[in-house]
Design a protein around this ligand. Sequence first.
Ligand SMILES: *Cc1c(COP(=O)(O)O)cnc(C)c1O
Length: 413
Amino acid sequence: MSWQDDYGRTMLPVFGTPKAKLVAAHGCTVTDDAGRDYLDLLGGIAVNTLGHGHRAIAEAVIGQLSTVDHVSNFFTTDPQLNLASRLLEVVGAPTGSQVFFANSGTEANEAAIKLARRVDAPDAGSPGRSRIIAVDGAFHGRTIGALSLTAKDAYRAPFAPLMPEVTHVPFGDVDALRSAVDDTVAAVIIEPIQGERGVRLHPPGYLRAVREATRAAGALMILDEVQTGIGRTGHWFAFQHPEIGEDIMPDAITVAKGLAGGIPIGALITIGENVSALLSAGQHGTTFGGNPVSAAAALAVLDTIETDGLLAHVRATGDQLGEQLSAVPGVTAVRGAGLLRSFAITDPQQTDAGELPVASALAAAAQQAGFIINPVTPDRIRLAPPLIITPAQLQDFIDALPALIADTVKAPS
Ligand SMILES: *Cc1c(COP(=O)(O)O)cnc(C)c1O
């Protein structure tokens, strides 16, 4: 039986048919069951911060498994404590800031929703504000709470009714935002860059407007840095990127994807003692969140980013990648920061219904040629390679791209 048949028989069909079965992964290369190598320009969707099979992560995980593996949240461990301190340090968070560990980005956002629900609560046993504002195009996860914040109708409609009292404001519209945020609003949740919506940046001034409006209304500003955090933009967090964050400090930050470089983890970071005090003992919990193995892996990632100078590396290689992409014929509208980039391909010939959208066709051609890239929207490719990727590796893709685009766009239907 082929693995495709096996997959179709045993796996719920939510992901469609996988594009390959991978049997090995080292550095920025993954290998399929036929022995073909691919340059991984997606990094497990912004997860494999240090590439695949990095020794620092492997040693941290194995070392931790043979020291203290899993305890429960009735106990604490050094990796958990050290990671919380280290995260608060890289955030530059003021005293009183605290951390809750979860296992994924979705779960970090679920914790953030519960945090928001405590705003203005009269006492520990009664609810607070319940309205949450999110932005059109947003992606915050797929569980019912997080899905309620996600904007995409195709994800939402089959599961109605979702969590009530969530409003999506039009993208980039400061006036609409200002009129939506009044003193009944618990929080505004926003991605500094909308990753799933095609690596889309808010217009200048927008994040600052969110900061001002939430502060005036006594609402929380929650930054979803699940995709953009942990060095992805060449700064620890995207809000610290001078052109993105505009000197703001949010009230809460969620992180996950790249934090432990491929080991599941998520975190909610609460900024300042007033926000941290919103949740009290017994009001939230998790079995696996904060486990020492994931925490040890995350510490290895943070240490390696620092000791290997990866933030500067990401800024330099990311800027170069952006420039190189912009110069490729057929590529338009390059967007992003650091090593989170996207580009559009215009394809006047592909108008027939039923044909693959041009981005999917390009991704398929790229895979044939040995590159993993992501068709994030019908006409747009996302790149989120490991932060350790070299200029030479990126150059290989840039060299191959013109022919891939020419073939894809001209392919007869
Ligand atoms: C991926 C993602 C999530 C969901 O994270 P999971 O780990 O898949 O649950 C939430 N927010 C953003 C911005 C993401 O990119």
